[in-house]
Design a protein around this ligand. Structure first.
Ligand SMILES: Nc1ncnc2c1ncn2[C@@H]1O[C@H](COP(=O)(O)OP(=O)(O)OP(=O)(O)O)[C@@H](O)[C@H]1O
Ligand SMILES: [Mg+2]
Length: 533
């Protein structure tokens, strides 16, 4: 007898499911895409344990016919394409007839749906891909999918899931991606009893961006439409003052489908390379519209990658759109907190000064400047532009970036506190209330033990508030609320890419950055001397 065996259908299902569903956010993505393909106007998502225990999605779309309901959990059953031809003219988000089969294979699935013109709906209960119960029920028009105990029969996958805050971050991001492309649809995302995101129907993208990223940013948003041949690009970009330390808030859509694209990231990077400070990326939303035959979406199982037939035209049009959108603001100098461009304009001819200054220049989250600087006698001459300290040293004059210098000292101090324990914690005379967003609240709960190691004592106070009772003693005179708010913002952006075990170095760096003197802080001579000693 030969050694080859045909895999059983249930095993084939488990293997295939792994390609499509690698984490709870993938389930949310598939269920939201189905709801959108069904023309839903209201979509509600409810989570328990960051989707690991429950993901429930309810929509008011066109529903599933009762006779089709048992079929939708079978692999390769779809209402969206039927001919090979159709693959090249896809107008829906789904088309493979795979998602529900995959989800059903690795969870306990409850599916209920009712179409218009039918007085009642139908529901099925599926465990590990097998239908256990099937009956008619009374329900509103639309579809309800409940996914319980995801990966209950694939423990290895379960083990690889990240902490709740990380998984929640991925789900939040999934809703944002789809929410940006469907601004007229109402999305409501709830985790346990908290509303994480409520996006009522918006009239246009700027309104949707304001719901997600805030009014201040939306008011300053620049937009531009450009086209060439059959390629149309609509670009929305926030100016430098809203720039981010990562590429996470760059959203690209091809024919209204969100895609991950190192190629498009590179185009943005190249376009802004000479204009924006290094390590800063825009918040940007780009919609690329082109004939479906100009792209291949069937490149990756999750449909999140596409191949362009004419990448150079896309590159050219996007580059123009970004530059035109930014327009004049491109050439205006905008300084950022803690992100000060260096202009070693005095004593250019000595060369030494600029190289010394560079030793101190650092912009979070790039690497901390750890270059050894030898001790040299100095005399402080004054402060320049409220940003640099001008010193006389044996070789001439030296300019020191006050923020970078302070950040470096603070980093050393904070790192040692973290490693050696909080020997210098101090109780605040009046406690400080810290109010955070729902997502930041989950993140804060996760990093609380690390903050305690630094000497912070924080207690939950209501749903999205914390009371700060004690702080590390070097922060007593500082605005600790603002520092923690800024740190949480940084970490939130980073948590989308890192696991929490990676987050400690980022926490320390971010804390050092935000606890430091900023550009335009006026310093006394004593303060300057003690900073440089
Ligand atoms: N919320 C919903 N409302 C109406 N019909 C739905 C809904 N969810 C699923 N369906 C029906 O079930 C079918 C199977 O869904 P499934 O997500 O498995 O595949 P698909 O969307 O066709 O393709 P893909 O695997 O690419 O997502 C769909 O083609 C659609 O007819
Ligand atoms: Mg689908």
């Amino acid at each position: 007898m030969g050694r080859l065996k045909r895999l059983s259908p249930s095993l084939i299902n488990l293997i295939a499911a792994g390609e499509v569903i690698e984490r709870p956010a993938a389930v949310v993505k598939e269920l939201l895409e189905n709801a959108l393909d069904a023309q839903a106007q209201h979509i509600k998502i409810q989570l328990k344990k960051a989707g690991k225990a429950l993901i429930k999605v309810e929509d008011n779309g066109i529903g599933i016919l009762p006779e089709d309901l048992p079929l939708v959990i079978q692999r390769y059953t779809t209402s969206k394409i039927s001919e090979p031809e159709d693959l090249f003219h896809i107008h829906t988000l789904g088309f493979r007839g795979e998602a529900l089969a995959s989800i059903a294979g690795i969870s306990k699935l409850h599916l209920a749906s009712r179409v218009p013109n039918y007085p009642w709906g139908k529901e099925i209960l599926v465990i590990g891909g097998e239908i256990k119960e099937e009956r008619e029920i009374g329900m509103p028009i639309g579809t309800m999918v409940e996914v319980k105990d995801l990966f209950f029969n694939t423990p290895v996958r379960l083990k690889f899931l990240k902490k709740d805050a990380t998984e929640l971050g991925h789900i939040y991001e999934t809703v944002v991606r789809l929410g940006l492309a469907h601004s007229q649809v109402h999305f409501l995302l709830k985790s346990e009893n908290r509303i994480l995101l409520n996006l009522p129907p918006a009239n246009n993208l700027v309104e949707r961006i304001s719901q997600i990223f805030g009014l201040k940013l939306a008011q300053k948003l620049k937009q531009r439409e450009e086209e060439k041949n059959d390629i149309k690009i609509k670009c929305f970009i926030a100016p430098l003052e809203f720039s981010r330390p990562t590429t996470r808030d760059m959203y690209f859509y091809v024919n209204n489908r969100w895609i991950r694209s190192p190629f498009l990231n590179q185009v943005v990077y190249k376009t802004l390379e000479d204009i924006w400070p290094k390590g800063r990326y825009p918040l940007l939303v780009v919609f690329i519209q082109l004939p479906p035959e100009e792209i291949d979406v069937n490149v990756h199982p999750t449909k999140q990658e596409v191949r362009f037939k004419e990448p150079y035209i896309v590159q050219e049009v996007l580059g123009i759109a970004i530059k035109q959108a930014l327009g004049e603001s491109l050439f205006q100098e905008e300084t950022l907190e803690g992100d000060i461009p260096l202009y070693p304009s005095i004593n250019k001819d000595t060369g030494k000064i600029s190289s010394q200054v560079k030793n101190f220049s650092s912009v979070y989250p790039q690497k901390m400047p750890m270059a050894e600087v030898e001790e040299i006698p100095f005399r402080v001459l004054g402060q320049l532009w409220g940003t640099y300290i001008l010193c006389e040293v044996p070789e001439g004059l030296m300019l020191i970036d006050q923020h970078a210098a302070h950040e470096r000292l603070n980093y050393e101090k904070i790192k040692s506190l973290y490693e050696n324990g909080p020997s210098h914690s101090q109780e605040l005379l009046t406690s400080v209330l810290l109010e955070v967003s729902p997502l930041e609240a989950s993140l804060l709960e996760e990093i609380l033990p690390h903050l305690q190691k630094l000497g912070f004592v924080l207690e939950p106070f209501g749903e999205f508030s914390f009371v700060i009772r004690s702080v590390p003693s070097f922060l007593v005179q500082r605005d600790v609320r603002k520092i923690l708010e800024n740190v949480l913002k940084d970490l939130y952006l980073l948590s989308k890419t890192s696991t929490l075990s990676d987050i400690v170095p980022s926490l320390l760096k971010s804390m050092a950055c935000h606890a430091s003197i900023k550009a335009h802080d006026v310093l006394t001579e004593m303060e300057m001397v003690s900073l440089l000693k």
